[in-house]
Ligand binder design. Sequence first.
Ligand SMILES: [Zn+2]
Ligand SMILES: [Zn+2]
Length: 369
Amino acid sequence: MGVSVYPSATAMVWPGEGHAHEAVAVPGVRLAPGDVLVEVELATVCGSDIHTVLGHRQAPAPLVLGHEQVGRVIALGRGGARTTDGQRVSLGERVVWSVAVPCGRCARCRRGLPQRCLSLQKYGHERMRRGWELSGGFATHTHILDGTPLVRVPEDIPAEVLAPASCGTATVAAALEAAGEIVPLDGALVLIAGAGMLGLTAAAMAVEAGARVVVSDPLPERRDAVLAFGASGVADPSAAAGSPTGLAAVLAKVGGRVPAPTVALELSGNPAAVRSLLGAIDVGGVLVLVGSVSPGPEPGIVPEQLVRRLLTIRGVHNYAPRHLEQAVAFLVQNWRSYPFAEQVGETFPLEAVDRALAVTTHPRVGVRP
Ligand SMILES: [Zn+2]
Ligand SMILES: [Zn+2]
């Protein structure tokens, strides 16, 4: 089904490392059955978008970046589409959608790993191609392919709260599920490395699940920020041994008689943090690795330690559709209790996406068409 958009939809195309984005007009969109055309209300810049433009990770340019966004349905392919709860999508509805388009049929999808589908496509990650030009969030519109998990969102929640749901919030939901399958979060002492958007979200989500939370981050302003997300203590990984701001002292203060955490979430990607968390967790504890998405030095894991301390290490990358549902449910329930909306520190117009990608002083910056 052909849809004409006037004025033309515009995608900001990243030509590759060292080049500024170019605006590309997309006047017509062909929607296959089950496809959805969404007008983007707000996109947020994820750390991985920044890593891509800096050349820290491989990306098939030219491409439209952006995979955290909220928007409104303006056209539906033949047969319409359904949200993950099975309800029909209507024109005008406000939605968020998964970063991943799983096929739903391959061996990985059938094993419950749609985020590692054998024919996976991801918004904001694919080389621009004819017929799917609007494939990322840094555009006036996104062309949502059939099979993409879609979740309806309420009208009264700021877009700044909702946009990160499809990467940051849903990834945290997946990480906490991975931890909770080994150690119940209710009553647990949870240690989190990294107080960026994922760390702030993880602190609030773990607290809401009944945990006490200690967060470690080298930047003082980020340690301050996470206190507003429910953390009971913050530690400076660069503090000298024995310092009151060091991890051991903070864990002792927050943990009381049992100062060793049973759950640790590594969200920073720093190899030293992986080692520090592994050293800190208690017998029977679980370490969930999320931040280590680039090749780096091996953290020196000692098998004998894993065995004797009965430790579990799990890796989490992206998420399954239920985690996007959990992310939205969590934000709907808790967005007023924590300063989520304030984490989008600056918002740029779509044509200034290069400037947005250069800002690193806020957990998120916005891009508004
Ligand atoms: Zn992301
Ligand atoms: Zn698949």
